[in-house]
Design a binder for this molecule. Sequence first.
Ligand SMILES: [Zn+2]
Length: 161
Amino acid sequence: MTEDGTPAPDPVRDRWRAAMRLALDQAGLAVAGGDVPVGAVVLSADGSVIGRGHNEREATGDPSAHAEILALRRAAAVLGEWRLPGCTLVVTLEPCTMCAGAVQQSRVDRLVYGARDEKAGAAGSLWDLVRDRRLNHRPEVIDGVLADECARMLTDFFRSR
Ligand SMILES: [Zn+2]
């Protein structure tokens, strides 16, 4: 905080706020299908959105239908290949082990996430799969972007159930 109470500038995180708002929009779409509100977008190297996804596990009955997996799949379809170099995955909640694995496999340059997941997070909380030094691809990780808004969406959802 600065002296007048406004949040101090945070250039590393502030750069990703607009993209995180798009991911939050996606998270909102999950609720209609009865899914936990988690949303993701993939940005190409030039910053355009090439993949979007929200949690659809309940809606589709697919255990792998997490927001990150769906957004990465759509981005790969747009680029026409499985490698996504130069791309950034932006997601409202810290990825689980499956999605951290998909981050590895897709070779994205960067993972940006909002809220931490202390119970199942695999990008810094419970595990840190994406930065495991034994793996040869280690994307940059930026956490805590609009973390409060991302976390509030989840707590509001669970409180309403
Ligand atoms: Zn996941």
